[in-house]
Design a protein around this ligand. Structure first.
Ligand code: PAF
Length: 297
């Protein structure tokens, strides 16, 4: 495996690989790799000839009072993991090269970027869309691998790919969880043992939503009833504070009154000083498709 720090070198490698007819897979990350990332890498290894993992803590997707300065980072450990997983290139450019003085161009996926996660973190998805498009242009992947854990990010990136006619296929992989259901996230490292125990309330709330939809069988399920039940789970946890709860159309992010189609059920919760997100995709029985909650190529 080779560590590539410069954009022009990465571009050259991608150009040469494409020239040889190789299928390139990109796993974009901000580092602090965990098993959730490694799942994406393994999928990339299965589907592609050449696997590139990018590690770049993207400053433009963090708000002024967010955790950019303390975001966990350990490139040596990330590189070791990439070697173990058979990654070909670890691309980790500097912020100076990605955003040189005079940088002025941003990508805005209108509407989808301003609600829920975007309302709580203004500018976040503008930063995500911008850096993801830059990474696509540099690495020129045939496939790019994202985790369902960042459900709204997947929707925003998918829309950008369609709207800008990008020639890359999004492969969405299921959220990886600890045994007690907590979704794997680099930010879990911020949690104290008490907070770590409390953090399972996100998964418990989502499981409650799943139960209610299951109980409803074929019929549409009242979204407000699901929200109330989820709220109850979060509010019963003293260390937790709900930021938002969203039950929306899984593609358009339009808020649903009844779950009568594939729905994204998403939430953000503060556990102490740490903000965690999680989601599931649910559908009433009669609209359920095989693999709806798993990988969506
Ligand atoms: O999901 C992430 O880690 C980041 O948002 C991404 C896609 C690498 C862009 O910085």
């Amino acid at each position: 495996m080779e560590l590539i720090r410069r954009i022009h070198l990465m571009r050259e490698i991608a150009r040469e690989a494409r020239g040889r007819g190789k299928k390139i897979g990109l796993v974009p990350t901000m580092g602090a790799l965990h098993d959730g990332h490694l799942y994406l890498v393994r999928r990339a290894r299965e589907l592609c000839d050449l696997v590139v993992v990018s590690v770049f803590v993207n400053p433009t997707q963090f708000g002024a009072n967010e955790d950019f300065d303390r975001y966990p980072s350990d490139l040596t450990r990330d590189a070791d993991l990439c070697v173990q997983e058979g990654v070909d290139y670890l691309f980790s450019p500097s912020a100076e090269e990605m955003y040189p003085p005079g940088f002025r161009t941003y990508v805005e996926v209108e509407g989808l970027s301003q609600v829920f996660e975007g309302a709580s973190r203004p500018g976040h998805f503008r930063g995500v869309a911008t850096v993801v498009l830059k990474l696509f242009n540099i690495v020129r992947p045939h496939f790019s691998f994202f985790g369902q854990k960042d459900g709204q990010q997947v929707i925003v990136v998918r829309r950008m790919i369609r709207d800008l006619n990008l020639e890359v296929e999004l492969v969405v992989c299921p959220t990886q969880r600890d045994a007690d259901g907590l979704a794997l996230s680099s930010r879990n490292a911020y949690l104290s043992p008490e907070e770590r125990a409390a953090a399972t309330c996100l998964y418990r709330a989502l499981e409650r939503a799943r139960e209610l939809v299951e109980e409803q069988g074929d019929g549409p399920c009242d979204a407000r009833k699901i929200e109330a039940a989820m709220r109850e789970v979060i509010e019963s946890e003293p260390l937790a504070r709900l930021d938002y709860l969203a039950i929306t159309d899984a593609e358009t992010l339009e808020r649903l009154d009844v779950v009568d189609r594939q729905a994204l059920v998403a939430l953000a919760v503060w556990i102490g000083e740490t903000r965690l997100i999680d989601n599931v995709i649910l559908s009433p029985k009669k609209t359920r498709q095989p693999g709806a909650e798993g990988e969506q190529p």
